[in-house]
Design a protein around this ligand. Structure first.
Ligand code: C2E
Ligand code: SIN
Ligand code: SIN
Ligand code: FE
Length: 395
């Protein structure tokens, strides 16, 4: 964590307190977007400016984009290396503090022209991690301050007295930039770890699906539908992730079922059924040997309960109603609907509407009514073709 400047640096006490507040925000558990929003709000109290934006470097697209731009309601993207003060700041890794943007060589007037805005003073601070620039913190039009000039913004029908950014402003901005650098790095790291574990888990599911060529993308589609149902029901982001994880893993227990049973072209006999009915327990046992992130430790119970039924007649435990984990109550209709609409060696595929009709008949006895209702809304929206939902889960 970067140090808060010493008061002897000449930074006034109230501003130091603002910086401390930012330090505390960075160490809190907020997601990056909320964090940056909060930091920018406090930054505006420490260095009053008409607009404050954080520009992030997108290495893949070779672009800079506004992560959160106060006063800007949509993301702006510009190619790295093109015109603009932000570009100069990032490419030359240089802090830029100009009292009059129009007299600065790299300034790009087009944004002003398009938006009926007048950029006057600009302060841009590069944010580096290691030896590369990851972002740029930009302040436009110092409110109040020295050598004020009256500026009129035609598109917004307002005027403002604009000053220039001082060296003390710049020092405060550098400290804020250091803090943001820590937050950005932390988030990039966590993001990478998270997407790594998700892709490993998805691969495991692809392997399960691959065992049985006739079930094709069963798990992928069940997951997409279940996540859509969870969203439709308005569950929290964390619960949606739990539904997603449990859905991806729900059938991994099928790995233990012999091919001759799994791929059988007709109805199962009694012995084969008893093997088949063990798969949720196998799922649970396999997951019990894995280590999950905080908030996901008990996911095995949700994944292992996808064949439980509301009236208690399901397996493996005969759980009833809300004894069944909510994630499993959401996955069940997705599973049944997907199984019905997919061709199997022992039965043809049913059209979407008919499959949904069967789910409705199972409501209450087998399936959880709110999840069935949400499934209906989801199917309406995707025109009965859940393959369009797969992009929702990045698979
Ligand atoms: P699955 O094919 O992925 O089906 C998942 C669930 O969807 C089934 O769980 C059942 O609740 C529902 N479902 C599937 N087809 C129908 C149907 O035609 N009508 C109705 N009302 N519901 C349906 P269930 O029954 O516990 O089966 C678990 C797994 O056992 C199935 O997963 C499938 O892999 C296997 N299986 C089930 N029946 C047969 C069969 O007749 N032959 C073979 N070879 N396998 C079967
Ligand atoms: C902008 O910030 O919208 C462009 C100003 C510049 O960086 O030249
Ligand atoms: C995640 O990738 O964050 C969820 C999976 C897990 O908890 O391991
Ligand atoms: Fe299953």
């Amino acid at each position: 964590m970067p140090a808060v400047p010493d008061p002897s640096d000449g930074i006034p006490e109230p501003i130091l307190r603002k910086l401390l507040q930012i330090g505390l925000l960075i160490s809190s558990k907020l997601g990056l977007r909320e964090l940056i929003e909060a930091v920018i709000e406090v930054a505006g109290q420490a260095v009053p400016a008409d607009r404050i934006s954080l520009w992030l470097v997108d290495d893949n697209a070779h672009e800079l984009y506004t992560f959160v731009g106060e006063g800007l309601d949509q993301e702006i993207r510009i190619p790295i290396g093109g015109q603009g003060i932000v570009n100069e700041c990032v490419v030359a890794r240089r802090e830029i503090n100009v009292p009059c943007a129009y007299e600065h060589a790299s300034f790009d007037k087009s944004w002003d022209t398009e938006n009926g805005y007048t950029t006057y003073s600009v302060l841009c601070v590069p944010i580096s991690r290691g030896n590369r620039v990851v972002a740029c913190l930009q302040f436009i039009n110092r409110k109040r301050g020295k050598s004020r000039r009256r500026i009129y913004f035609p598109a917004e029908e307002r005027q403002m007295f604009v000053g220039r950014f001082t060296s003390s402003d710049a020092r405060i901005a550098r400290t804020i930039a250091d803090y943001i650098g820590v937050a950005v790095e932390k988030s990039l790291l966590v993001g990478r770890l998270k997407s790594q574990s998700w892709s490993a888990i998805k691969m495991l599911a692809d392997v399960t699906d691959g065992r049985d060529p006739t079930t094709g993308d069963h798990t992928k589609l069940v997951t997409a539908i279940a996540v859509a149902i969870a969203r439709e029901m308005g569950l929290s982001q964390h619960m949606i992730e739990r539904v997603m994880l449990a859905a991806i893993l729900h059938d991994v227990g099928k790995i233990s079922i012999p091919d001759r049973v799994l791929r059988k072209k007709g109805p199962l006999n009694k012995r084969e059924w008893s093997m088949m009915r063990r798969h949720p327990t196998e799922t649970r046992n396999r997951l019990a040997r894995l280590e999950f992130a905080r908030g996901f430790e008990d996911i095995l119970f949700a994944a292992g309960a996808h064949h439980e039924k509301m009236d208690g007649s399901g397996y493996p435990d005969g759980l009833k109603g809300d004894e069944i984990p909510i994630e499993a109550r959401i996955i069940a209709p997705a599973d049944v609907y997907q199984a019905l609409t997919q061709e199997r060696p022992y039965k043809p595929a049913k059209p979407s509407a008919q499959a949904y009709g069967i789910c409705c008949e199972m409501e209450g006895t087998h399936l959880y009514p709110p999840a069935v209702a949400a499934l209906g809304a989801v199917l309406d929206r995707c025109g009965g073709d859940p393959t369009t939902l797969v992009e929702l889960i990045n698979w």
